[in-house]
Design a protein around this ligand. Sequence first.
Ligand code: CA
Length: 269
Amino acid sequence: MLLPVVRIMLLSYVRFLEKELKNTKNFFNLVSSFCGIIGSMKILVIEDEEGLREALIKTLQDEGYLADGAEDGGIGMDLIETGLYDLVILDIMLPVMDGFEVLRHARSRGLAVPVILLTARTALQDKLNGMDLGADDYLTKPFAMQELLARIRMVLRRGTQETQDRKLRAADLVLDPETYELSREGNARTVRLPATEYQLLEYLMRHAGQILSKEQIIQRVWGFDSEAEYDNVVVYMSFIRRKMQYIRSEAVIRAVRGVGYVLEGKSGD
Ligand code: CA
């Protein structure tokens, strides 16, 4: 006689648990995607005025970004070429190479990193030059830090909206930054990546066709002070390759002996 009542109670409890679990999962996704977007972003500040450079780096670090500085255009260009940065804040009036030269040089070498120009001049021509050369945005000095942070968020968001659904695509791979799910374009089979594998593959996909050294990979995924050994990279690459096979991707992570790794489509595209 009691049984139906117990059964109903149990069922409603199970439904309650299911709902809670779903909320927890959504919350987890939210946190992990938030950390993925903000936590791993590296910003390079190329500014010769030391006080401003240090203030910018401090503000960015307080906001949870990783930030490095360069005091002239030459050093800045060398750092951009490492491919480690998600965004560059670039002053125009700089020693060695000015901001326009740095931007022109970077774009001519196929480096697509978003750039926000800082200009002390108010001349409209400066801004137009900068946009023609491939800057993503500009700010006129003096500016409020909050304004710069808003522009940074906007440019970074734009970068992740290469496709309408915010998924990252390279070769035939589709990576979802919200769920960490990897799939092959046009195929329903998905696999969920743990955080480290996600970061590693995201880095390879953002630089598809470009050889990334083991040092770059370690710095990017494990951080500058990491004790991570090269063996770690090898092991994680094998995990990712297995998952790429599982989703039947034709893309390959090719090891370049003594250098690093490159993500390529099957035909080498
Ligand atoms: Ca300057």
